[in-house]
Design a protein around this ligand. Structure first.
Ligand code: ADP
Length: 658
C-alpha cells in the first residue's frame, strides 16, 4: 500500500472487470431483436376467424393445423396446391405458403374446439366420398396440440445469424488487436502505446546497483524516488514535488537504464514510451495518445512516465513550416504541455524524459513547472568506464588476465552501451573459439570489431592498393606522432574492416572539454596526414581520403562560423542546432563568401603544414609504411621501436587546457 494519500483520493489499482464495449451492446441488441422476432414468429401471422379457416380447408388449401398451449391455432397453407391452382391464397391476400405459419386464430374453449374440429373433419370427408380419407384433397394434418412453440425450430432459424455474429465478433477482435492482428492500429490508434511495468505483469528489477558511474545523476534521481516514497516529507514544508525530470546526454549513456532504476527502486508502476510512438500519419492521433497516456498514469498514481527520445515530439514549435505534418507535431506537443500543467503534483505522477538533443526542445517544455530538473549525463570518464566494465564483466566468466582498468583505458569515448556491447562481443568470440573463459585476446578482437567493424579477411585488395593504404595510414601516424597537440596513438592497422574502412589509426583522445585553436589545427593536420602521404610518395591522390576530408571540412567551418576562431569573421557564431536557417542564412552573401574563403584557407594551411612535416619525416614514413605492409597491425610500442619515442610536449598541452 502506498503512502501517497495526501489528499485522500488515492486511486488504488483495483482489478477491473472486462470492459463493456459498445460493440457488445450492439451485438446483444441484434441477437435480442432477431430472437424475439423469430420466437414470436407465429404471432406475426395474420389473425383470422375459425370460419375463415374452415372455408380455406373446404377449398383444400390447408396443409396442417397446430394448436399451441390449447389457445392458439396456427394454419399452414399447402404451397403445392396453391401453386397448382395458380392461386396465392386469392381470398386471403398476402398468404405466402411455406414454412412459416400463414394464419392464426384463437380456438376458444378447447373442448368445444376439439368437438368442432372432429365434426368438421367428418364433414370434409363426406364432401368427397369417392376418395379415402388420406387421399381426400381437402384433408389436412391436425389439429395437433403442442404445449409451446418448438424452440429447436427457432434455433434452426437463429443458427445462421448466430454464426454470422460470431464470425463478426471474431473479425472485430482480430482487427482491434486482441491478438495483435495486423489491423491493430485501426481501432486503437488513439491509444497510447506505452509499455507498463508494474508489480502485476512485468516488474522492473533494475536497481541503482546496475547503473555504474553517474554518481551525481544517481543522487539527483534518488531524490525522485524519495518523493514518490515519502511525499509528505517534502510537502510538509510547503515544497512541491517536481513534475518532470529531463535526462540529457548522448545515446547509450544509460538514460533509460537510470529511469528504469528509479522505477525499480521506487516500486511504482513505470510507463515507458518513445517519443516517436506518438507520431502517426493521422492528424490528432498524437494528442490523443498523450491524453490517454496521462489518463492511464493518473489511474496508476503514484507512478513514473518515461518518454525516451522526447525530441521527436518536443521540438521547438513554429519552425520549418514548409514541411507538412508539422501542425500535428505541434498539437502533440501542446497536449503534452497541457497535461504536464494539468496533473497536480500531489497525485504522484512524475514524468521522466530522455533526449540527446536538449538544444532543439521547445522552451515551454523546459521551463520550471514542467521539467523542473535537468540532469546531464555525459559519456563516462575513465573512472566511470572502469565501473561500467565491472558491472558488465560480472556475469561473464573471465580469465585471470582481464583487468577492467586496462579495458577502460583502451576505450576512450565509449558510452555504457558500447561497453556492454564489447563485453558481450568478447564473450561470443571466446565461445566461438571454444574457450573456457574470456581472455584479453578476445577483448582485443571485440574492441577492434566494435571500433572498426567486422574483419574482412577475404577482401581482395591488390598489392598496389595495399601499398597506398599502408602509406595513407603511416601518414596519419607520423603526423600525429610529431604534432604537439595530436592525441596519442593506440594502434594502426591496414586490415580491412566493415563496409568502407580499409585501415585505420586509433588514438586515445584526452578527456577534455575545451579545445584551443592550435589543438584543432594539429588535429586537422593529423587527419590530412593520409592524403598528404599519398601525394608525397606517389605524387597522386586517391578517393581513400573521403572521410578525412569530410571531417576536416566540418572542423574548418565550425572554427570559422561557430567558434569564432577566425580573425576575418570575428567573434560571431552562427550556431544553428534547430535548423532555423535552413532556407535563409543569418548572414549576407559577402559573409558567406568570406566564411567559405576562410575555411578553405585554414584547410590549405593545415595541408601545407602536413606536407612539410611529412616531407621532413619521409624516412620515418617509409619505415612505418613498410612495417605496416609486413605486419598489418602496429601498436604504439612497435612505432616507438621503429622511430623512437614521441617528442615530449609541454605539460599544459597534455592536459588540454591551459
Ligand atoms: P540511452 O542513454 O540511449 O537511453 P540506455 O540506458 O538504453 O541508453 O543504455 C543501453 C545499455 O547500455 C544499457 O542497457 C546498459 O546495458 C548499458 N549501460 C549504459 N550506461 C550504463 C551504466 N552507467 N552502467 C551500466 N550499464 C550501462
Amino acid at each position: 500500500m502506498s503512502e501517497y494519500n495526501t489528499n485522500g483520493d488515492n486511486q488504488e489499482n483495483k482489478p477491473k472487470g472486462p470492459k463493456i464495449n459498445s460493440y457488445w451492446i450492439y451485438g446483444i441488441l441484434i441477437v435480442f431483436i432477431l430472437a424475439s422476432s423469430l420466437m414470436t414468429g407465429y404471432n406475426n401471422s395474420q389473425e383470422i376467424d375459425i370460419e375463415d379457416f374452415e372455408r380455406m380447408a373446404k377449398a383444400g388449401d390447408v396443409e396442417k393445423l397446430i394448436v399451441f398451449n390449447n389457445q392458439k391455432a396456427v394454419v399452414y397453407l399447402d404451397s403445392a396446391k396453391l401453386a397448382e391452382k395458380n392461386e396465392t391464397g386469392g381470398r386471403f391476400k398476402n398468404a405466402i405458403a411455406g414454412k412459416a405459419p400463414d394464419y392464426q386464430f384463437e380456438i376458444g374453449p378447447p373442448d368445444e374446439f376439439a368437438k368442432r374440429m372432429e365434426a368438421f373433419k367428418k364433414e370434409l370427408a363426406s364432401l368427397d366420398e369417392t376418395n379415402p380419407i388420406a387421399g381426400n384433397p381437402r384433408y389436412f394434418v391436425g389439429p395437433r396440440y403442442k404445449p409451446k412453440p418448438n424452440y429447436w425450430d427457432f434455433l434452426g432459424y437463429l443458427l445462421p445469424f448466430i454464426l454470422l455474429i460470431l464470425i463478426w465478433i471474431f473479425i472485430m477482435r482480430r482487427v482491434s488487436g486482441g491478438a495483435g492482428g495486423p489491423g491493430a492500429q485501426i481501432f486503437n490508434i488513439g491509444k497510447s502505446k506505452a509499455t507498463l511495468f508494474d508489480n502485476s505483469n512485468t516488474k522492473v528489477n533494475v536497481t541503482f546497483k546496475d547503473v555504474a558511474g553517474l554518481d551525481e545523476a544517481k543522487e539527483e534521481v534518488m531524490e525522485v524516488v524519495d518523493f514518490l516514497k515519502n511525499p509528505k516529507k517534502y510537502t510538509a514544508l510547503g515544497g512541491k514535488i517536481p513534475k518532470g525530470v529531463l535526462l540529457v546526454g548522448p545515446p547509450g549513456t544509460g538514460k533509460t537504464l537510470l529511469a528504469k532504476a528509479v522505477a525499480g527502486e521506487a516500486g511504482t508502476p513505470f510507463f515507458s514510451i518513445s517519443g516517436s510512438d506518438f507520431v502517426e500519419m493521422f492528424v490528432g492521433v498524437g494528442a490523443s495518445r498523450v491524453r490517454d497516456l496521462f489518463k492511464q498514469a493518473r489511474e496508476k498514481a503514484p507512478c513514473i512516465i518515461f518518454i525516451d527520445e522526447i525530441d521527436a515530439i518536443g521540438r521547438a514549435r513554429g519552425k520549418g513550416a514548409m514541411q507538412g505534418g508539422n501542425d500535428e507535431r505541434e498539437n502533440t506537443l501542446n497536449q503534452l504541455l497541457v497535461e504536464m500543467d494539468g496533473f497536480s503534483t500531489d497525485k504522484g505522477v512524475i514524468l521522466m524524459a530522455a533526449t540527446n538533443r536538449p538544444d532543439v526542445l521547445d522552451s515551454a517544455l523546459l521551463r520550471p513547472g514542467r521539467f523542473d530538473r535537468q540532469i546531464g549525463i555525459d559519456k563516462p570518464d575513465l573512472k566511470g568506464r572502469i565501473e561500467i566494465f565491472k558491472v558488465h564483466l560480472k556475469p561473464i566468466k573471465t580469465g585471470p588476465d582481464i583487468d577492467a582498468d586496462i579495458l577502460a583505458e583502451q576505450t576512450p569515448g565509449f558510452a555504457g552501451a558500447d561497453i556492454a556491447n564489447v563485453c558481450n562481443e568478447a564473450a561470443l568470440v571466446a565461445a566461438r573459439r571454444g574457450k573456457r573463459a574470456v581472455e584479453m585476446d578476445d577483448f582485443n578482437y571485440a574492441l577492434d570489431r566494435v571500433i572498426g567493424g567486422l574483419e574482412k579477411k577475404n577482401k581482395l585488395i591488390s598489392p598496389e592498393e595495399k601499398k597506398i593504404i599502408a602509406y595513407h595510414e603511416a601518414g596519419h601516424t607520423i603526423a600525429g606522432w610529431f604534432l604537439e597537440h595530436a592525441h596519442p596513438l593506440v594502434k594502426v592497422t591496414i586490415v580491412p574492416r566493415g563496409l568502407a574502412a580499409l585501415g585505420y589509426a586509433q588514438y586515445l583522445p584526452r578527456e577534455q572539454y575545451l579545445y584551443r585553436t592550435e589543438q584543432l589545427m594539429d588535429e586537422m593536420c593529423m587527419t590530412l596526414g593520409g592524403r598528404a602521404a599519398e601525394e608525397i610518395i606517389f605524387d597522386k591522390i586517391t578517393t581513400g581520403a573521403l572521410s578525412d576530408l569530410e571531417k576536416v571540412t566540418k572542423m574548418a567551418y565550425a572554427m570559422v562560423s561557430i567558434y569564432g576562431m577566425n580573425d576575418a569573421i570575428g567573434q560571431v557564431s552562427f550556431y544553428d542546432p534547430q535548423n532555423n536557417y535552413q532556407f535563409s542564412k543569418p548572414y549576407s552573401d559577402e559573409t558567406a563568401t568570406k566564411i567559405d574563403d576562410e575555411a578553405r584557407s585554414i584547410i590549405d594551411k593545415a595541408y601545407q603544414r602536413t606536407l612539410e612535416l611529412l616531407r621532413d619525416k619521409r624516412d620515418e614514413l617509409e619505415m612505418i609504411a613498410n612495417e605496416l605492409l609486413e605486419k598489418e597491425v602496429l601498436l604504439k610500442s612497435d612505432v616507438e621501436r621503429l622511430i623512437g619515442t614521441r617528442p615530449s610536449r609541454p605539460a599544459a598541452a597534455q592536459n588540454g587546457v591551459s
